[in-house]
Each structure stands twice: as C-alpha cells, then as structure tokens.
Design a protein around this ligand. Structure first.
Ligand SMILES: [Zn+2]
Length: 304
C-alpha cells in the first residue's frame, strides 16, 4: 500500500518547558528550525539539501519559539524571523519549492512549521476585544493580555474531505476524477472540499461531489487522514460509491470530470503526485485489484 506523508512527530506536551535548558540532560536534544516568511533555512552541499537544525541555546533565541513535537529523543522547535545563518553552506529557500527536494519527513516538518507560524502571525490580537495576544506554552495557544478578557486562542485546523468515487460504468469499475481550473493541462485528480459548519464529514463528501459534478454518492467510508499544513488543513480521506454516473461539471472549480478505468489511470499516470492524498487514494484503489502492479505504477520522472 502507498503511505500518507506527514511528519509523524509526537506532539505530546508532557515536557517541562520551564526547564528547557535541562531537556538535553537525559540524552535528548533540542533543535531549532529557522523560518522567514515563506522561506526556511537549509544546508546545501553539492548534491543534497536538508533542513538546517541548530541546537537550542537560550541565549541565542531572539524571537518567538514554537514547539513542534518530538521524535527519536529529539525535540523540534521553530523560531520565526531571526537570521539563523551561521555557515556559507546555509541558505533560506522557498518552502514551497524546497519540499520537492527534501526527504518526506523534512518536507512535512517544513510545511508544519510554516503552517503553525502562519497561525501565530495572524493571531497577534484577541478576536474578542482587539488587545494584544501573548504566546503561551511554546505555541500551544495565545492568551489575551486584557485582564477582563483573557480569551484563549488555539491554532486552528481547517478540515477538508477528499474522496475517491467508484462506479460500475459499462462492464468496468471506474473512478471519478476531475480537472480543476488551476490544474496543468491533462491532469485529473480526486474531488475535495472544505467542511462547512454544522455538517458531518459524510455529508460534506456527498455535497462536494454533487456540487462539483452532479453525481450522487452513498456508502461513504473513512480511510485515513493527512495533515496539509500549508493551508492549516487536514485532509480526511474517503471512498464512496456512485448512485448515478451522468456527470455535469460545475464549470467554476471543475472544468471537466470523467470516469477513468484502471488502464487509463496507469497510461496517463494520474496517480503521480506521490505525497498527495489524491495520489494515495488512486494508488490504493489501483493496488486493491492487483497482485503485482509495482512496475506499472512506477513514475517516469521525465514525464512529470
Ligand atoms: Zn481579549
């Protein structure tokens, strides 16, 4: 089975942040990523790019520092805005661009750090009374400084559903894939959309498919989730069965939508976004009926 990409950090805050300087005493290390707006500090050598991780040093911290999580005895933090460059081999790189060149873990870590920083940067003031918010617990929340208010604000996540819709069309089992307005020519992927207030996840799946393609679906089944930190979202994955097969794209977001067979998907390499939830859903569907389709699923990088 394909896997969903995310950082896998343990976000548990059972850490005594008041004794930060002693976190390393038990053999653990504290490392800091440096982010400036849309860029993250990277180490670059002739062939590889990796995230620059500097050791935590209380005296060198200049800006706000946020706790990201822990993995393998290492605590990850991100510091915003300050210049972390210490060597010639370090450079701030566009997070969007560099994630293509980082390992899966570092790519997810960079996106997560950016998403968390962005929330903090846009919540410097209390939404209730407009007073300044202060950072608490290394980024777990912000609290209003107005003594008569003290409203707490927590980093918000926007849930989105993404779904693979399956139907029997003619004598074949096919899936519904859509070409969105902003896609490159010839690219199709699964339908997706944000949850509305007051709506269940299953209702959101049924509504989004109906709104974008006028296909009615049932038998909505949960099959995983993936943080999508660039937009502060979490993608919640579903499969669904179509009750109708006539397609009418909404013409606004979805320009075209079609039923694709297994062979058409493989020929057109429509599963080729390896880290995306859409790619995961399509690959999982392809592999479901195949004992050995590893060769067929290999992506030819030259055809991107
Ligand atoms: Zn307030």
């Amino acid at each position: 089975m394909p896997h969903l990409q995310y950082s896998g950090l343990n976000l548990s805050r059972d850490v005594d942040f008041t004794t930060m300087d002693h976190l390393g005493d038990n053999g653990c290390s504290c490392v800091i990523l440096h982010v400036k707006k849309d860029k993250i500090l990277c180490d670059i050598d002739d062939e590889n790019i990796s995230l620059s991780l500097s050791s935590y040093n209380k005296d060198s911290i200049q800006g706000e520092i946020l706790f990201l999580g822990a993995l393998d005895d290492r605590y990850y933090f991100v510091e915003a805005g300050t210049d972390g460059v210490q060597k010639d081999t370090q450079k701030y790189m566009s997070i969007r661009a560099v994630t293509q060149q980082l390992s899966s873990f570092e790519s997810a870590l960079a996106a997560y750090a950016k998403g968390l920083l962005e929330w903090h940067e846009t919540h410097r003031f209390c939404p209730a009374c407009g007073s300044a918010n202060t950072l608490q617990q290394f980024g777990a929340l912000r609290i209003c400084t107005n003594e008569s208010c003290r409203k707490e604000s927590y980093p918000r996540i926007n849930p989105a559903v993404i779904m693979l819709v399956e139907a029997e069309v003619g004598d074949q089992t096919k899936v519904l894939l859509a070409h969105h307005r902003h896609y490159r020519k010839g690219h199709y992927s699964t339908l997706a959309g944000y949850l509305s207030l007051g709506e269940s996840l299953e209702d959101a799946v049924r509504r989004e498919v109906w709104e974008e393609t006028r296909v009615r679906v049932s038998n909505v089944q949960y099959c995983g989730s993936q943080p999508w930190s660039f937009s502060g979202s979490i993608m919640i994955l579903f499969t669904a069965k179509a009750e109708t097969t006539a397609i009418e794209p909404d013409g606004v977001e979805v320009i075209d939508a079609r039923w694709f067979s297994r062979n058409e998907i493989i020929e057109r390499k429509l599963f080729s976004s390896p880290d995306s939830a859409s790619g995961y859903l399509i690959k999982a569907w392809l592999e479901k009926d195949a004992d050995d389709c590893e060769e067929a699923l290999k992506v030819d990088p030259s055809k991107g």
